[in-house]
Design a protein around this ligand. Structure first.
Ligand code: ADP
Length: 200
């Protein structure tokens, strides 16, 4: 299934119909990928997300892409990943799917993909949700991301393609290991001197 693409780079530099933001529950912006997306989309994004009343963990909200529309991005899908370590009954060694954080992270992917599908996104890009400041172990998160994106694509023709975007080469290596048994594509995003971004 070559509908999954692994991309290493900055998600705001992609030309896809929808990009997913790893937001926090206030939807008022923050650091990491959230900050990068707000900077790239411009102040109209915050003006709109202020009116949304936040978003619970695991759920998703969709907004226009504002200044990112110049790049061809139409939608930003904001989802709130779980903070790792919030399940009081877990010690971190449980098998996948046991912890509430696993299920909340899976919901982020599925709810974002459902919004993308209902808004006609043919291509969608995800950052590695929860694996930055929120501390979710990268390998475990990659398995959840890949598993649930595959599951969704198996039952839905839209989106046609999903990019899993890793900012660091180390994270991309982990995703590559998880994707290895599958059919997938891989690319590194390069920033052109002109300021434009393109896939190589
Ligand atoms: P969270 O709070 O959900 O953990 P973070 O933004 O802290 O969100 O991190 C999520 C992931 O996004 C991390 O792997 C981080 O390296 C990555 N990231 C940060 N900036 C960007 C960007 N511009 N494009 C793609 N990924 C990014």
């Amino acid at each position: 299934m070559d509908r999954i693409e692994l991309v290493q780079g900055d998600i705001t530099q992609l030309s896809v119909d929808g990009i997913v933001n790893a937001a926090n529950s206030s939807l008022l912006g923050g650091g990491g990928v959230d900050g990068a997306i707000h900077r790239a989309a411009g102040p109209r994004l915050l003006a709109l997300t202020r009116t949304l009343g936040g978003c619970p963990t695991g759920q998703a909200r969709i907004t226009p892409a504002f200044d990112l529309e110049a790049r061809g991005i139409r939608w930003i899908i904001h989802t709130v990943g779980p903070v790792w370590g919030t399940d009081p009954h877990a010690d971190g060694t449980e098998r996948l799917g046991y912890r509430q954080e696993d299920n909340l992270l899976a919901q982020c992917y599925v709810n974002a993909l459902e919004l993308a599908a209902t808004h006609g996104c043919r291509t969608v890009a995800f950052p590695s949700i929860s694996t930055g400041v929120y501390g979710f172990p990268i390998r475990r998160a990659a398995e959840i991301a890949v598993g649930h994106v595959r599951g969704f694509l198996a039952r839905s023709a839209v989106p046609e393609r999903v990019a899993l975007v890793c900012f660091s080469a180390a994270d991309a290596d982990v995703y590559r290991e998880v994707l290895e048994p599958l059919d997938y594509r891989s690319s590194v995003l390069v920033e052109l001197p002109s300021g434009g971004g393109d896939k190589k």
